[in-house]
Write a protein that binds this ligand. Structure first.
Ligand SMILES: *Cc1c(COP(=O)(O)O)cnc(C)c1O
Length: 227
């Protein structure tokens, strides 16, 4: 299957899931997760209609930025405060804000650049120790703190990475818990939930943005990270 075929297939599944949740295909954004894939592959995806791409490492964004056709960039992985300065003028949405320390650094750099940075607060609703994100109970306090103290940050919504489950049905309660927080904020527009293995369940639970890598590009070659 080509990248173009994979994207067409995912768009069909995305539309069906959106209809099941009483929405339209256009209500759910497909973000192509391009980590460990080349600029050539990314451009192929853009030619096939992809408008938004997600990377989880700052260095990979910097390496590929000038070689990729115009597209919206999403930082979806953990962001260290000392790297905010490199991406503040490059990414359109940071999905992974999970501490006030990180928010304050984004606030400072966005202020210096005279811009407002769009972000999502990452919620670790399964409370997995191996994952970043704030717990469900801490989310409201962080949201309030950012709203009060960071005029150069615009919180667009929430992001969640569900535990990797053989059966995606098992991820449903974790998506639902994040949707509950999302629904309390009428100004939120973006609920980033769902990956290759669980995006249909995530859409059924209200996701507005799915982050799909493997189902578009095939398996990632992690050995190439050593280069
Ligand atoms: C890698 C990654 C994805 C995509 O995962 P696939 O299973 O390849 O679709 C989505 N979100 C985040 C945060 C990721 O790091």
């Amino acid at each position: 299957m080509s990248i173009r075929d994979n994207i067409a297939r995912i768009n069909n599944l995305k539309e069906d899931a959106a209809l099941r949740s009483g929405r339209k295909a256009g209500d759910v954004l497909l973000i192509a997760v391009t980590k460990l894939h080349s600029a050539e592959e990314i451009n192929e995806a853009i030619d096939a209609g992809i408008t938004d791409i997600g990377e989880n490492k700052v260095q990979e964004i910097l390496d590929k930025y000038d070689r990729v056709k115009p597209v919206r960039w999403h930082l979806i992985g953990h962001l260290q405060t000392n790297k905010v300065k490199y991406i503040i003028d490059k990414v359109d949405l940071i999905h992974s804000v999970d501490s006030m320390k990180l928010a304050q650094e984004i606030e400072k750099r966005a202020g210096n650049a005279d811009k407002t940075m769009d972000i999502l607060v990452q919620v670790n609703s399964a409370e997995e120790e191996s994952k970043f994100g704030v717990g469900v109970c801490e989310a409201e306090a962080l949201i309030a703190d950012i709203k009060e103290n960071c005029p150069h940050i615009n919180i667009k919504g929430l992001m969640c990475i569900a535990p990797l489950e053989e059966d995606p049905e098992n991820a449903r309660p974790f998506f639902r818990a994040v949707k509950e927080i999302f629904d309390r904020h009428k100004d939120f527009t973006t609920l980033s939930m769902g990956m290759s293995n669980d995006f249909e369940v995530a859409i059924e639970e209200g996701s507005t943005a799915i982050r799909v890598g493997t189902a578009i590009f095939g398996n990632r070659d992690y050995r190439s990270e050593e280069k």
